[in-house]
Design a protein around this ligand. Structure first.
Ligand SMILES: [Mg+2]
Length: 369
């Protein structure tokens, strides 16, 4: 045997070693599935999806050629939630592609060490749906999710006031607020953002409780004693409904939400960035609520949000808190809601909130004790 032949044999031996199963995942590739079918190289392996919904998990097996729509139909079979009412959270990175997309082409989010794709389903079975005030199905979930944010109090807002007032008037006229629970006399008003304020709407998780900001229910319970609570979110009605239902916010025994508002009640404004470029974004105009419920005003309303640009029309009422993202890691240390709860209690006897500077809420005496 020549030197070259010996080298060749040694290379072949190395190559065959590479083909041996080297870990659990590779071993599985050589095993058969539950139906006893052996997967050859030209037959693609089925994909396992585990959906979590209302404290239960649902496991589905799909072929890679099946589509998002077929996955949704399987879920419908298991949960009785119609595909148009379901929202699949954290299945893919970014926005879920259209229903005719093949599952194998999705950029799926997998938990480290797991072959199955775990995701959350939000949605209400037909019998339990609460009233949809408008046909908002055509609205995308987020119209403008640009990261750019600014403090309206620091930033010359450059808003075209005449245009803003016109939009405000139109939106107020077309908005009907349906109370879920009655307003209570003598209470102040707490307007709460949802995404990244009360929960992390993006990280992968096997149950929605893993995405809740620590202390969420205790925070709302504590605030409810002195404040009527509104959830206002830049999402469509269906998504908002699904999220608050799944988070248990509507059914908690210790607090009640007065009403919820969705993206259709936000108005868009255009302002200028520091570099002079135009920036268009949605805002939550508290005047819409105040015009419907005149007992509330800037004097007794506070709006808590992770995006301070949402305060553009009511800068004195806004309290910006940190965004709650990367929940699986952050939930170990995030205590933001405990501090905000404390602040809300400390200011409750202030007759006129406009004398407060919520921008310095963290250094308000007593907050961090
Ligand atoms: Mg938010």
């Amino acid at each position: 045997m020549t030197m070259d032949q010996q080298n060749l044999l040694s290379v072949q031996a190395d190559a065959s070693a590479l083909l041996q199963p080297t870990n659990e995942n590779n071993k599985r590739a050589f095993q058969t599935d539950g139906e006893g079918q052996e997967h050859s190289h030209n037959k693609k392996r089925p994909m396992t999806f585990i959906a979590s919904w209302q404290k239960k998990t649902y496991t589905m097996s799909c072929t890679p050629e099946e589509t998002v729509e077929q996955l949704k139909l399987k879920l419908q079979g298991l949960t009785n939630v119609r595909p148009q009412n379901m929202k699949l959270l954290n299945l893919v990175k970014g926005k879920l592609p259209s229903d005719d997309t093949c599952l194998e082409s999705l950029s799926l989010r997998r938990k480290p060490g797991s072959n199955a794709v775990e995701f959350l389903m939000l949605g209400t079975a037909d019998a339990n749906i609460f009233k949809d005030p408008d046909q908002v199905d055509t609205l995308p979930d987020v119209l403008n999710d640009l990261e750019y944010d600014y403090f309206p109090s620091d930033h010359p807002t450059h808003l075209d006031q005449a245009k803003v007032q016109k939009k405000l008037k139109e939106t107020t006229e077309k908005t009907t607020i349906r109370l879920i629970n009655p307003l209570r006399e003598g209470k102040k008003l707490l307007v709460m953002d949802l995404d990244y304020t009360l929960f992390d709407c993006k990280s992968p998780a096997s149950h929605i409780s893993e995405l809740m900001r620590p202390g969420m229910h205790s925070y709302l319970t504590s605030a409810y004693e002195h404040y009527d609570i509104v959830i206002w979110s830049q999402t469509s009605w269906r998504t908002l409904e699904a999220k608050v239902t799944e988070l248990g916010i509507l059914s908690h025994p210790d607090y009640k939400i007065a009403f919820v508002m969705d993206i259709s009640t936000m108005i868009s404004v255009t302002t200028l960035k520091a570099d002079g470029s135009e920036f268009k974004h949605q805002v939550k105009a508290l005047d819409i609520i105040w015009s419907k419920f005149p007992q509330f005003s800037a004097k007794n309303t506070i709006h808590v949000d992770d995006l301070s640009r949402n305060f553009a029309l009511n800068p004195k009422c806004g309290l910006k808190i940190s965004a709650f993202k990367h929940a699986p890691v952050k939930r170990l240390t995030d205590r933001e809601l405990y501090y905000v709860a404390r602040y809300l209690l400390l200011i409750v006897n202030v007759d006129d909130f406009t004398i407060l500077n919520h921008k310095r809420w963290r250094s308000y005496p007593g907050v961090l004790e």
